[in-house]
Write a protein of this length. Structure first.
Length: 248
């Protein structure tokens, strides 16, 4: 099967996974759409991902035409990548102008958008479909059976890269939060000669009193070198023994 997964695409997938060993999720998604155009038949590509609130957003696209098509799907509430995400299955439209599966979507597309066929593939992690990769072509019947199989293989690798990037990003964010909070706790300990639990309780009280996230309180302390607010407005650390503030 010589044209199943041509050398350029296979080589680029390997390079992408090596280059993005610890990427941001943004760079991973952008690399995915750029590399996806090496799939035989593909001229443009887009990646849409489910966000934390259950909405779906286009995180990367190779052209404005892709973004227009994606926005039309959102507005119509129907379309190929919405089906790919919703059902966790590949969706192929060989001739978009005559395909009536998504009439409301098609009616919102500009007449001159120039999309002849598309292939939408679910991005899957374990049993969870978290997004879709959509490949577009200007001509109809652009994706042969072997090209669709190559696209499936690529989508599996792309999903792995994106999920790894998301996990790395979340880990780095959590580590940064813990580091900044620990630094702020250390500042309170030094200022008031407190133990770590009482110092953390002071930060929590500041967070509640000012209706500010604890991380933001800690970050402000670390960046400015002082506690937020006037000194007279700070919680009295001597009250910590009489009124425990720690959770639990």
């Amino acid at each position: 099967m010589p044209d199943l997964f041509d050398d350029r695409l296979a080589t680029r997938v390997i390079a992408m996974m090596q280059e993005l060993s610890s990427p941001s999720s943004e760079s991973a998604v952008q690399a995915t759409v750029e590399t996806a155009r090496l799939v035989p038949g593909a001229e443009e590509a887009g990646v849409s991902v489910v966000d934390r609130d259950g909405g779906i957003e286009t995180q990367a696209a190779t052209s404005e035409a892709v973004r227009i098509a994606d926005r039309a799907q959102q507005a119509a509430g129907q379309g190929p990548w919405l089906d790919a995400i919703g059902h966790g299955q590949e969706v192929y439209a060989s001739h978009l102008p005559s395909d009536r599966r998504w009439a409301a979507w098609s009616e919102q597309l500009p007449a001159d958008i120039g999309l002849g066929s598309l292939l939408a593939l679910p991005l899957i992690s374990g049993s969870r479909t978290f997004g879709a990769l959509t490949l577009y072509a200007r001509r109809p019947d652009a994706f042969t059976a072997s090209a669709r199989l190559a696209a499936r293989i690529f989508a599996i690798h792309a999903a792995s890269v994106i999920v790894a990037a998301q996990a790395e990003e979340q880990w780095r964010s959590a580590l940064e939060t813990r580091t900044v909070t620990s630094q702020a706790v250390g500042m309170v300990m030094e200022r008031f000669a407190l133990g770590p639990d009482a110092a953390f309780a002071v930060l929590r009280r500041l967070s509640m009193d000012t209706n500010t996230r604890l991380y933001d309180v800690a970050e402000d302390m670390v960046s400015t070198g002082r506690l937020p607010g006037d000194q007279d407005d700070l919680p009295d650390p001597r009250n910590e023994g009489a009124e425990p503030l720690v959770e639990g």
